[in-house]
Design a protein around this ligand. Structure first.
Ligand code: MOS
Length: 734
C-alpha cells in the first residue's frame, strides 16, 4: 500500500480497541520471568558452549603478538578465536570500527579475542589468560582539543546538509538590541539498558541462526552477512524480546559476530553476552557535544537572528551528532544559521542514543531560550509562544503536518501552576531548600519508513500477525495486536503477534521513535488485504463489508470469520510505503516539559520534586504504554540533567566509569511525581494510523527544563552537563 495522500476515514477511526489504554499482552511473560531473552535461551540449541570476549587494553595501536597457549590449555576451553584464525572478515554498512580488531586496534575495549569453553566460568577464567602485546599509537581523545581541526562532512549522515543559512544572520545578530552568545557542553552518555548485549549462534551447515537482542532485524542480517562474507539468505536473526535498546542495539555488535565465529570454530552453538563493564567501551555511546548558540532579539522579544553551531567527534569514518536539528524548525526568526562539524576522536564509536540530535541539541537550545527570556525580562513560556512558527522557518510556505507547541505550553502552564517570572531567581526558600521551576519545549522529528507484515486468519477466527518488528520494551506487541483487532473486528485475545524474526516480513524496526506509527501502518496495509480476501471468500462486497464481533457482514448477511477463513485459513501480506508527504509537510512531534526542583542551600544537592510533560504526537495508539514511554524518557532526561556522563581518560582514551556503579542513572528515589498529558490529536499526513512517535519526544527538552529550574532556584547558570553539585557550590546564594 502506498501512502501518498492524507489519510481518509478508515477502520482504525472506530477506536474500539486502538486508542484505548491497554495492558501489555506480553506482560504476563515479563512478570513471570518467562519471556525468552537471548541469553536465557537454553532451549533453542542443544550442547551450547560459552564465549567470553577479550577486549583491547589500548585505545589505538597494533597487535604485535597474541599468546593464547595458556588459555587453550585451561579447563574446558574449546577454542580461542582471534583475527589470526577467524578467517577473512568484512565490515557491515553500519559499523565504524571492526567488531573484531586485528592487527589494528581502533578503540579501547574493541574485541580482540573470544574464548569459548564448556561453561561460562571456564570461558571467563581462560579469557584472563590470553596475553596480547600491542604497539600503542597516539590518538585523539579530547573533543575540546580536537574542535579546531574538526571538518565539515559532506552531509549530516542522514541526507540533510551540515550547514544551513537563511537571510543574513551575522548582520541581524550584530544589529539586535538584545543578544545572547553562549556555549554549552553535553557529555558522552551510555545507553545503560538493563539487558546487556547477548547472542547465541548456531550453524547448521552453512546456515547461521543467531538468537540475539537487536532493534533492527533486517539491518542486522545484512551487516552480519557482510561481516562474515556469507549470503544474506544464509543468516537468520531472532530477537523476540529485548531488555531495552535506546539505540545501542540498532546495529549488530561484537556479541553476535563473536558468537557466530565461536560457533564456527567449535561446531557447537555458542552463547556470548557482553559483561556490563565491557559495554560502555565495546559498543556505541551518545557522543559529547560542544554547542554555541547565538540569539538576537528585538526588545519586544521577537527573535531576529538565531544561530546554532555544534561540534562532536567520532572515529575515522564515523558521523555527526545532529544537534542542530531542532533549531532549524522550532522557532521563528528571519535570519538564521546552523552548522555541524566533526572531529576525529579515537574513542569508542559514537552513535544513536534515544533522540539522537534533538536530545543533546535541546539540552543546549532550551537553556539558551531561557537565558534570552531572562535578558528580555520575559516569562519563558510567553517568550516561546511569541516566537512560535506555523511554517518551516527555513523553507517559508512549507507547513507542519500538525504543530501544537503553543497549546502544549499553555496546557502545561495551566496544569503545572506555572507562575510568571515576575521575580528574580534564588528567592523562594523552604527551610534549607531553594525552590525553582523550569520549562522547556520538546521537539522530535517523525520519520516515515517502509514496513511490512503478514496476517493470517484461521478457522477458529484467530488472527496471527507476523513481522520482523521488534519490541524493545516499548509495547510493539500490544499496539500491533490492537491494530489487527480493530481492523478485523475481533477482541484482543483473538490476536497472536509474532515479532523479531528475519523469517517474517521486513518491518521498520525499532528506532528513532518511528516504530509505533510505521509498524502498525504496515499491519494496517496487510489487514486491508486480508479484509478483501475474507470478503471475497464470504461472497460479500469488500467495499461495503463491515468487520465486527468476529463476523464480516454486509447488511443482514453475516458470516463468522472462522467460517469465512475456511479450513485452510486465509493469509495476506503487504507493506506500507510512503510518497512525498513528508517532503510536502514537515512532520514533527511537540511537547512542553515543566519541572520543579529543590536545591539544598548548603550542599547544592538537587532533588527533582515534580515533573509534567504535555505531548502532541498524533493519535496515541495506547495511552497506557505511551505514558510509560514518556515517563521513562522523562526519567532518562533527569539522568542527563543531573548525573549521566561517561568520563573520558584523555591520556589513554577510554571511558573510565564503565559500569553501573560509576555511570550513574536515576533510581526510584530520584524520581518524583510525574504527570503526562497527551493532547487530542490525529495526524492524517503521517500514516493511515494518524499516529506519530512519542518514545523519544519524552526525553527531548527534559534536561534543559531541569537546568532552568535549578537556575530559577539558585540563580546559578550551569552550561555544562551534568549539573553536579560541585558546579553550584561556590555560587549558591547565602
Ligand atoms: Mo533510537 S536512538 O534510533 O533506538
Amino acid at each position: 500500500m502506498k501512502f501518498d495522500t492524507p489519510a481518509a476515514e478508515n477502520p482504525i477511526d472506530q477506536l474500539k480497541v486502538v486508542g484505548r489504554s491497554t495492558e501489555r499482552i506480553d506482560g504476563p511473560l515479563k512478570t513471570t520471568g518467562t519471556a525468552p531473552y537471548a541469553n536465557d535461551r537454553h532451549d533453542v540449541a542443544a550442547n551450547q558452549a560459552f564465549g567470553y570476549a577479550v577486549c583491547s587494553g589500548v585505545a589505538k595501536g597494533r597487535i604485535t603478538a597474541i599468546d593464547a597457549s595458556r588459555a587453550r590449555a585451561a579447563p574446558g576451553v574449546l577454542a580461542v578465536v582471534t583475527h589470526q584464525n577467524a578467517g577473512k572478515l568484512g565490515k557491515g554498512d553500519r559499523n565504524t570500527a571492526n567488531l573484531l580488531a586485528g592487527p589494528e586496534v581502533q578503540h579501547y575495549h574493541q574485541a580482540v579475542a573470544l574464548v569459548v569453553a564448556a561453561t561460562f566460568e571456564q570461558a571467563r577464567a581462560a579469557a584472563s589468560l590470553v596475553r596480547i602485546d600491542y604497539t600503542p599509537a597516539s590518538g585523539s581523545f579530547d573533543l575540546a582539543a580536537a574542535q579546531a581541526s574538526a571538518i565539515k562532512p559532506e552531509d549530516d549522515g542522514q541526507g540533510s546538509p551540515t550547514d544551513t543559512a537563511i537571510g543574513d544572520f551575522a548582520a541581524a545578530f550584530a544589529k539586535a538590541p538584545v543578544t545572547l552568545d553562549a556555549t554549552y557542553t553535553t557529555p558522552d552518555q551510555s545507553h545503560a539498558m538493563m539487558e546487556p548485549h547477548a547472542s547465541i549462534a548456531s550453524w547448521d551447515g552453512d546456515q547461521l541462526t543467531v538468537w540475539t537482542s537487536n532493534q533492527m532485524i533486517d539491518w542486522g542480517v545484512g551487516d552480519l552477512a557482510k561481516t562474515l562474507g556469507v549470503p544474506k539468505e544464509k543468516v537468520r536473526l531472532v530477537s523476540p524480546f529485548i531488555g531495552g535498546g535506546f539505540g545501542g542495539k540498532l546495529f549488530v555488535r561484537s556479541d553476535a559476530l563473536l558468537a557466530a565465529l565461536g560457533a564456527r570454530a567449535t561446531r557447537r552453538p555458542v552463547r556470548v553476552a557482553l559483561a556490563r563493564p565491557q559495554i560502555a567501551n565495546n559498543t556505541t555511546h551518545r557522543p559529547a557535544t560542544i554547542q554555541r548558540i547565538r540569539i538576537g532579539c528585538q526588545r519586544d522579544g521577537k527573535i531576529t537572528a538565531i544561530g546554532h553551531e555544534s561540534w562532536s567527534g567520532d572515529l575515522p569514518g564515523g558521523g555527526l551528532e545532529t544537534a542542530v536539528n531542532q533549531t532549524r524548525l522550532l522557532y521563528a526568526g528571519a535570519n538564521r544559521m546552523t552548522a555541524m562539524r566533526l572531529a576525529t576522536l579515537d574513542l569508542p564509536e559514537g552513535n544513536a542514543m534515544r533522540a539522537p540530535g534533538e536530545a543533546p541539541g535541546l539540552m543546549a537550545l532550551e537553556i539558551a531560550i531561557d537565558e534570552m527570556a531572562q535578558k528580555l525580562g520575559m516569562d519563558p513560556v510567553a517568550f516561546r509562544i511569541l516566537n512560535d512558527t506555523q511554517e518551516d522557518p527555513e523553507k517559508p510556505g512549507r507547513p507542519f503536518s500538525q504543530r501544537q507547541l503553543v497549546k502544549c505550553l499553555e496546557v502545561g502552564a495551566d496544569r503545572f501552576g506555572w507562575r510568571g517570572r515576575d521575580r528574580r531567581p534564588g528567592q523562594v526558600r523552604e527551610g534549607g531548600w531553594l525552590i525553582g521551576t523550569g520549562v522547556a519545549a520538546a521537539f522530535r522529528n517523525n520519520l516515515l519508513t517502509k514496513s511490512a507484515a503478514r496476517v493470517r486468519l484461521d478457522n477458529r477466527g484467530v488472527v496471527t500477525v507476523e513481522t520482523d518488528m521488534t519490541d524493545i520494551g516499548t509495547g510493539s506487541y500490544t499496539i500491533i495486536a490492537q491494530t489487527a483487532a480493530e481492523m478485523l473486528g475481533v477482541p484482543l485475545d483473538k490476536v497472536i503477534v509474532r515479532l523479531g524474526d528475519s523469517n517474517f516480513p521486513v518491518s521498520c524496526g525499532s528506532g528513532g521513535q518511528w516504530g509505533g506509527n510505521n509498524s502498525t501502518a504496515g499491519v494496517f496495509a496487510a489487514c486491508m488485504k486480508l479484509r478483501e480476501a475474507v470478503s471475497q471468500k464470504a461472497q460479500l462486497d469488500p467495499a461495503r463489508a463491515v468487520f465486527a464481533d468476529g463476523q464480516v457482514s454486509v447488511g443482514a448477511r453475516r458470516v463468522p470469520l472462522s467460517e469465512a477463513a475456511g479450513e485452510q485459513g486465509l493469509v495476506a501480506e503487504d507493506h506500507i510505503e510512503y510518497g512525498d508527504l513528508d517532503k510536502r509537510y514537515q512532520q514533527s512531534t511537540f511537547g512542553a516539559h515543566f519541572v520543579e526542583v529543590a536545591v539544598d542551600a548548603a550542599t547544592g544537592e538537587i532533588r527533582v520534586r515534580r515533573m509534567l510533560a504535555v505531548c502532541a504526537a498524533g493519535r496515541i495508539l495506547n495511552p497506557k504504554s505511551a505514558r510509560s514511554q514518556v515517563i521513562g524518557a522523562m526519567t532518562m532526561g533527569v539522568g542527563a540533567a543531573l548525573m549521566e556522563a561517561l568520563e573520558v581518560d584523555k591520556r589513554r582514551g577510554f571511558f573510565v566509569n564503565h559500569d553501573l556503579a560509576g555511570y550513574e542513572v536515576p533510581v526510584h528515589a530520584d524520581i518524583p511525581h510525574q504527570e503526562v498529558i497527551f493532547l487530542d490529536e490525529t495526524d492524517p499526513i503521517s500514516s493511515p494510523m494518524k499516529a506519530k512517535g512519542v518514545g523519544e519526544l519524552g526525553i527531548c527538552g527534559v534536561a534543559a527544563a531541569v537546568a532552568n529550574a535549578v537556575h530559577d532556584a539558585t540563580g546559578v547558570r550551569v552550561r555544562d552537563y551534568p549539573i553536579t553539585l560541585d558546579k553550584l557550590l561556590d555560587a549558591l546564594p547565602v
